[in-house]
Design a protein around this ligand. Structure first.
Ligand SMILES: Cc1cc2nc3c(=O)[nH]c(=O)nc-3n(C[C@H](O)[C@H](O)[C@H](O)COP(=O)(O)OP(=O)(O)OC[C@H]3O[C@@H](n4cnc5c(N)ncnc54)[C@H](O)[C@@H]3O)c2cc1C
Length: 382
């Protein structure tokens, strides 16, 4: 077993760390206040090759693998959790089209996505009545001459208002349950695609979350990915990989908060000594550091398995569950260590706590991860 990252992985990690320090951190608090989409930042990250880390070189990516991707996303999230989720979804969409779109579709969209020309990609699965239960979606795709017509609405779509391209799921056969769901590549400027509202969220203010309406959106036949009825399986595969991204995002946010807390605990004095020397504070920070280390190892293991073509559904679900639940606790500890100063905007920990909360919800809630893990246990019990 080798725990040492390769030269290439270290290079990607260093590039992302430098980008987070130089491009993201200086304006992260301002973006949180203004809810401004990180347009310029996404283009700068694209120019550094950070939007297509695990995408094949032939399609403009770096082909550096999932471990490098996780390491990079952790660094970006340490700088700004909002930008990290925007990058994570864009990467997920690029990987999905690269792997499951036709060669023509992949060549048409993936290079433009990873180069930053399209700024962001969106993953349009959830609907107002269908989040955890995505098979309950109501959006339909009706066959027309030479293509498909999509009608319905999508809820909670990250970057839905800025995406140059999205993968949208719709029912091509309404009587077939999840086997009637298909996946389509839809241009962000497609006629009939509109933004119905932008959500006002607890955190991740620098990431946009849109409700979309598809009103007679027409796409050609080759916009369908895979086979009709194969879309649900594609969504599940994409979410397996996406969960490594969200675990990495949670780790990065928590790492930033913990570093701030350790710094503060070394500087702040009460009763004659630095508060980190009070056993109660030191023990909380020790727990937080231990959880963070475990979460990082679990996430990198899931990334390693994905990268090497081995089954990783169970490990990705475990990593997402553990990393996001503990990251939430770590951010809470970081805030507590700051006392009253943790509760105000002067320090970054209140933003970390708000930002990290969403990681326990999207790409499958913690309850759904437990279902995935329990099903895996049943399978391996024989
Ligand atoms: C900021 C943000 C960004 C998002 N981005 C995207 C995106 O880009 N694309 C996209 O498609 N979606 C996105 N989502 C949607 C997200 O994936 C869903 O919100 C999530 O899957 C939960 O679905 P729901 O909100 O409908 O809750 P519900 O499914 O209604 O769940 C409500 C509660 O019931 C629990 N629950 C549901 N079913 C079960 C069960 N079988 N057993 C036990 N408990 C259960 C859930 O865990 C939850 O606690 C985003 C959400 C947020 C908040």
């Amino acid at each position: 077993m080798d725990f040492a990252p390769t030269e290439e992985q270290l290079l990607v990690q260093r590039t992302a760390r430098d980008a987070a320090e130089r491009i993201l951190l200086p304006r992260a608090a301002a973006r949180d206040l203004s809810s401004e989409f990180p347009l310029a930042e996404m283009r700068e990250l694209a120019a550094l090759g950070l939007l297509g880390i695990a995408v094949p070189e032939a399609l403009g990516g770096a082909d550096a693998g999932t471990v490098a991707y996780s390491l990079a996303l952790q660094e970006l999230a340490r700088g700004d959790g909002s930008v990290a989720v925007t990058v994570s979804v864009t990467n997920m969409v690029a990987e999905l089209i690269a792997k499951y779109g036709s060669p023509v579709l992949a060549e048409a969209w993936v290079p433009r996505l990873v180069s930053g020309e399209l700024v962001a990609g969106a993953f349009a699965l959830s609907e107002p009545q269908a989040g955890s239960d995505s098979a309950a979606m109501r959006t339909t795709a009706t066959k027309i001459d030479g293509g498909w017509r999509l009608d319905g609405s999508k809820q909670w779509i990250t970057s839905g208002d800025h995406a140059g391209v999205m993968v949208a799921w719709a029912k091509t056969d309404q009587s077939a349950g999840h086997k009637g769901i298909s996946a389509f590549v839809v241009p962000g400027d497609a006629k009939g695609l509109t933004v119905a509202r932008l959500e006002e969220k607890l955190g991740l203010h620098g990431s946009s979350t849109a409700q979309l309406v598809l009103d007679g959106v027409e796409v050609p036949d080759d916009a369908l990915m895979g086979v009709p009825g194969g879309g649900f399986a594609l969504a599940m595969v994409a979410l397996d990989g996406g969960r490594i991204g969200i675990a990495s995002q949670a780790i990065g946010i928590a790492r930033g908060a913990l570093e701030a807390a350790v710094r503060y605990a070394g500087e702040r004095h009460t009763m004659g000594q630095a508060i980190i020397k009070h056993q109660g504070i030191g023990a909380m920070l020790a727990d937080a550091a231990t959880w963070l280390d475990a979460a990082t190892l679990m996430t990198l293991r899931a990334a390693y398995l994905k990268q090497h073509g081995q089954p990783y559904t169970q490990q990705a679900a475990m990593a997402k569950l553990f990393a996001t639940e503990r990251a939430w606790q770590i951010c809470d500890i970081a805030l507590q260590v700051h006392g009253g100063y943790g509760y105000v905007r002067d320090f970054p920990v209140e933003r970390a706590l708000r930002d990290v909360r969403a990681t326990r919800i999207y790409e499958g809630t913690s309850e759904i991860q437990r279902i995935v893990i329990a099903r895996g246990l049943l399978r391996t019990a024989g």
